[in-house]
Design a protein around this ligand. Structure first.
Ligand code: ADP
Length: 450
């Protein structure tokens, strides 16, 4: 096992990794930009290294700064958290070249899954069901129009290098094809340096269901059921739950096995998430994330396992601590993402926290790096906390969420907390009868977004 690991991230996820490492008796090194000198992850880690100025390109994304921080502190492994360098194959290669262990999958797995066309092709060959669409990339508008005719409108055009909800455009009919095609290409080029796009059938009432998988890197893998992340704004998740209210035990076992078998066959190592759209009882693969997800705590809650601990274990060469048979679902868990954003437009709202009080009690987990007097810097993601509740069943989890949100105090900045209070009044949320478009419609009618 490692003696010391470096965490190449910030905020709540850096703290999350510190906690797992400390329970394992592993020392931690935090890295931070000059904007984060007073951040909680810096205070909580055993050591810290300043790696550069505020812009993440010069700090949290800087390969030389992070590798040097490892060399200086003698850290043997790097945990990337999510975002930043967590899915950067080039970085992983460089880490390995320096004889440092990357706590995550291999550079090759990241490369294959990071390109959505290659990922889809690979998954199809591994027996995973996919959304109908183009075979590979679509180079010309004429070709795009032909595919639109063949699979039928509406369609969605996606940048193969896309992520975070960017580089995707919907065309409802042939007339909208040209604009959608050109825009998706341009967004792919400007955001990800790659203008290759592909086309999928646009599903009109699906749920977003993702399967958590975990591989030992030696041909063994398990699944940890699904998370339903259908409540989304601009293709970004805001509320996640496990198990999925619409998924039966039989469906879970079937799709879970398909996913575990697929990753076992490619000797996948560590945590991964296979994302699907689910409509009328069918699963359609959309992408695989080769890292820990923001919403991993709902899975941890219902299975009673620590996924970060498990990532560190397998990265160090140890066996996984559970088998598929050990993994039994206990109750229901919900996570809400608390962002420093001002409603109704969700504009980022950095600033000083004048008062912070985290909720507590049975079945409540607050993953956050906030503290009284902390100043949220304007340079990074607006996620400031995740509130996760666990109950014996869904109604109990919902009641607990309501109660915990009432206890939470975050003063000084605007947050998305009022959104969750409002959502907990809605029948569709209470009954779980929502799909990926429900929240957008709700926001239009209830918040009069501009
Ligand atoms: P990203 O990598 O940007 O997160 P994904 O491919 O994972 O992109 O898709 C993100 C979200 O976009 C999905 O959860 C879903 O809401 C929507 N989406 C993606 N593909 C389709 C599709 N074929 N039909 C309908 N919605 C889709």
């Amino acid at each position: 096992m490692f003696n010391k690991i470096l965490i190449a991230n910030r905020g709540e996820i850096a703290l999350r990794v510190v906690r797992a490492a400390r329970e394992m008796g592993i020392a931690t090194v935090a890295v931070h930009s000059t904007a984060d000198s007073d951040a909680m992850h810096v205070r909580m880690a055993d050591e810290s290294v300043c790696i550069g100025p505020p812009p993440s390109t010069q700090s949290y994304l800087s390969f030389p700064a992070i590798i040097s921080a490892c060399e200086i502190t003698g850290a043997e492994a790097i945990h990337p958290g999510y975002g930043f360098l967590s899915e950067n194959a080039e970085f992983v290669q460089i880490v390995e070249d320096h004889d440092i262990t990357f706590i995550g999958p291999t550079a090759e797995h990241i490369r294959v899954m990071g390109d959505k066309i290659t990922a889809k092709d690979t998954m199809k060959k591994l027996g995973v069901p996919c959304v109908p669409g183009s075979e590979g990339g679509v180079a010309t508008l004429d070709e795009a129009r032909q595919i639109g005719e063949d699979i039928g409108y509406p369609i969605i055009i996606k940048a193969t290098a896309g992520g975070g909800g960017r580089g995707m455009k919907v065309a409802q009919n042939a007339q909208e094809m040209e604009k959608a095609f050109m825009t998706a290409r341009a967004e792919g080029k400007s955001n990800f340096g790659n203008d290759e796009v592909y086309i999928e059938k646009y599903l009109t009432t699906p749920r977003h269901i993702e399967i958590q998988v975990f591989g030992d890197g030696k041909g063994g893998a398990v699944h940890l059921g699904e998370r339903d992340c259908s409540l989304q704004r601009r293709h970004q998740k805001v509320f996640e739950e496990a198990p999925g209210p619409a998924i039966s035990a039989e469906e879970r076992a079937t799709i879970g096995k398909v996913c575990a078998d697929a990753v076992a066959r490619i000797n996948y190592i560590g945590a991964g998430t296979i994302e699907f759209l689910y409509e009328k009882g069918e699963f359609y693969f959309i992408e695989m994330n080769t890292r820990l997800q923001v919403e991993h705590p709902v899975t941890e809650a219902i299975f009673g396992v620590d996924l970060v601990r498990e990532q560190i274990r397998v990265a160090s060469g140890m066996e996984m601590s559970f088998t598929q048979e050990d993994l039994q679902i206990n109750g229901h868990a919900i996570e809400v993402r608390i962002n420093a954003e001002k409603l109704p437009n969700f504009s980022p709202c950095p600033g000083r926290i004048t008062q912070y009080h985290a909720p507590g009690g049975l079945g409540v987990r607050m993953d956050s790096a906030l503290y009284d007097g902390y100043s949220i810097p304007p340079y990074y993601d607006s996620l400031i906390g995740k509130l996760i509740v666990h109950g014996r069943d869904r109604p109990e989890a919902l009641a607990r969420l309501h109660r915990a949100l009432g206890e939470l105090i975050v003063d000084g900045v605007d947050t998305t907390v009022p959104l969750f209070h409002a959502l907990l009044e809605e029948d569709e949320v209470l009954s779980g009868a929502y799909n990926i478009h429900w929240l957008e419609h709700w926001l239009e009618t209830n918040l009069n977004q501009s």
